[in-house]
Write a protein that binds this ligand. Structure first.
Ligand code: AHG
Ligand code: MN
Ligand code: MN
Length: 341
């Protein structure tokens, strides 16, 4: 059977035809993200060849060392989007404050937040990294005036589209605009994203768990018990496989295909975990939920229902196959925390 030659722009356009009221703006935004992804992918692939890796010497707003490729990706995304007339404001994990649209450009009705490069500690070792983005409609009046922080601080349920790109053994662009989750693989020969995974569905249960076990000592006792439960042999799919890349976008992408759970829990030292609600957790939660999976904070609250109060706030996350997320929540809720010194 001959497969349809479905490029990312064509797929977006055909999806739009299903919505006569669509203005084409959202399609244009996704296309521009596709363009940014191609440029970043090319640069990521050259990372070992050119003098681009290594520290800039700066620290980002989270106090972490920033590598040059992070800032490169950040700049590319802004350059691909700021002139389009679709946005009123943007925000990036790499910038403390909201990013204004330059005065010379038209102001639009959309808002975008992004993690330009996720898993950046893996760059020097040629390990998979990615880009994550999240799109909202502004909540301040659409009157041609610049957007505000308020436009950025919307709960994840308000997202109109979200996507991620994994720069791995190949580059894949995965997005949802609320109607299924679709994946496009970059053909490096002619630089186009081609539909490779239509209607991605999260397996209801998997046999992979992904989290940083180095933090075991600080975990909630229910989480400790859950992991021990997964490690026990029971003649079925257990013990689970432990898989942890350290790039949440790539870890979640793998689990979305194979089934399983990714966790970045809160613990005694960091009650809100590490990952950022606006740049990482909300877009990945929207995608995973759209694929039939689940994303919560481990205490029964959907990630998408958090009302943000800070651009860079962190949130504990348990995300992946529905039954796996439900089981860890059960373990956590049943186990009492007994404080010991
Ligand atoms: P970023 O590179 O955007 O700062 O994100 C890194 C994040 C995430 O991708 C990953 O899951 C997590 O950090 C890994 O943290 P640990 O090293 O604590 O496991
Ligand atoms: Mn990140
Ligand atoms: Mn990042």
């Amino acid at each position: 059977m001959q497969r349809r030659f479905m490029t990312l722009p064509r797929h977006i356009q055909e999806g739009e035809k299903l919505h006569p009221e669509a203005t084409g703006e959202l399609s244009a935004i996704l296309n521009q993200m596709g363009l940014a992804a191609k440029v970043i992918s090319l640069e990521v692939n050259k990372a070992g060849l050119v003098d681009i890796i290594g520290f800039t010497g700066d620290k980002n707003v989270h106090g972490e060392q920033v590598k040059k490729l992070d800032m490169f990706a950040h700049d590319i995304i802004i350059r691909a989007l700021d002139h389009t007339g679709h946005f009123c404001v943007m925000a990036s994990e790499e910038e403390e404050d909201i990013i204004h649209i330059p005065e010379k450009h038209k102001i639009g009705k959309y808002v975008i937040l992004f993690d330009p490069l996720d898993g950046s500690s893996n760059i020097d070792a040629n390990v998979s990294i990615g880009t994550i983005f999240s799109v909202y409609k502004r909540i301040t009046p659409d009157d041609g005036q610049p957007g505000t922080l308020e436009d950025c601080l919307q709960p994840g349920v308000k997202q109109v589209a979200a996507g991620y790109i994994v720069y791995g053994s190949s580059t894949i662009f995965v997005y949802t605009a609320g109607h299924g989750v679709h994946g496009f693989t970059l053909d490096p020969a002619f630089g186009e994203f081609l539909l490779s995974h239509e209607n991605i569905e999260s397996p209801p249960v998997g046999n992979i768990y992904s989290l940083n076990e180095g933090n075991y000592k600080y975990w909630h006792p229910g989480l400790k018990k859950y992991i021990k439960h997964l490690q026990a042999w029971d003649n079925s799919k257990k013990p689970y496989k432990a898989r942890y890349i350290g790039s949440m976008v790539a870890d979640i992408h793998r689990n979305l295909f194979y089934g399983g759970i990714f966790m970045y829990p809160g613990d005694k030292r960091n009650p809100n975990g590490k990952l950022r609600l606006m740049y990482e957790c909300n877009p990945m939660a929207f995608i995973v939920e759209s694929a039939g999976g689940k994303a919560t904070d481990g205490n029964g609250k959907r990630i998408l229902e958090y009302q943000p109060n800070d651009l860079h706030q962190r949130v504990p996350i348990y995300i992946g196959s529905k039954e796996d997320v439900e089981l860890v929540e059960k373990f956590i809720s049943e186990e009492e925390v007994v404080e010991k010194d």
